[in-house]
Design a binder for this molecule. Sequence first.
Ligand code: NDP
Length: 274
Amino acid sequence: MDQYAVFGHPIKHSKSPRIHSLFAEQTQQQLQYHAQEVPADNFQQAVNDFFKQGGKGLNCTVPLKELAWQHADRLSERARFSKAVNTLAIQENGELLGDNTDGIGLMADLTINHKIALKNQRILILGAGGASRGIIAPLMEQSPSEIVIANRTVDKAISLGEEFAELGSIQGCSYQALKNRQFDLILNATSASLSGQLPPLADNLLAEQGFCYDLAYANTPTAFVNWGLQHHAEKSLDGLGMLVEQAAEAFFIWRGVRPETQDIIALLNSERAG
Ligand code: NDP
């Protein structure tokens, strides 16, 4: 059977194997998909071994997306631009194609599933890692009034802002520099939620009727989803919908078939509610 996997560190929490097996069942594709703990210093070796053993495709998550970008032989345009890869696919000629489906996954969840309009909105992205890189360009395409990126390591936020400056109003800064600023949508693209932590956020950061979205997901509300609820967000969401949407796009790259996502998001939501 064709083999697929997700590599990451940590990876135990991943719902990707479940999602891809639901996709396979729905589309009647024969494949297996597993999660594998791969720290950054073992990435190259693990990828080489996986494809040498006949693997067909990989997802790469925290903290491997920038390494996957370096490792790919060929890049899709969105991966080239974002300098982060979450999907690797072996091609017929043996080349490894790197793509990034995070942006399209987030946009589908925000704008289609949750009907959140981004035009003229002030957007704050927390974090400047691989996930942030993948979502900036598709967010910019929706014509927000501005995007601000705040990061613990400030230099990374500033250079990310500079890198994407040609797309519109975007700048990077520290968390302290957010004092007295307000945003209509705050996206948490840090990995802080994975350890139950929260970046330092001022109480007045979220505008009235603003939205919070944590790219991370968990069976119980993440620290950032709770922060959004406490600060009266119109909606405070986690990244389960994005996860399913980005997975559907990866599945399409690998198998040429696009799974239907709504029922699967509903099923996964009902499983964690129960
Ligand atoms: P990276 O490791 O590339 O980047 C992590 C980022 O988080 C860095 O900016 C880092 O800051 C910041 N960070 C980590 N810990 C803390 C903390 N305690 N306080 C403040 N900032 C912190 O990870 P990714 O960008 O790949 O992933 C980020 C998150 O997005 C993860 O939770 C991941 O699960 C989620 N994600 C979800 C997806 C989905 O489909 N739902 C898709 C993609 C990602 P610094 O630079 O200072 O180290």
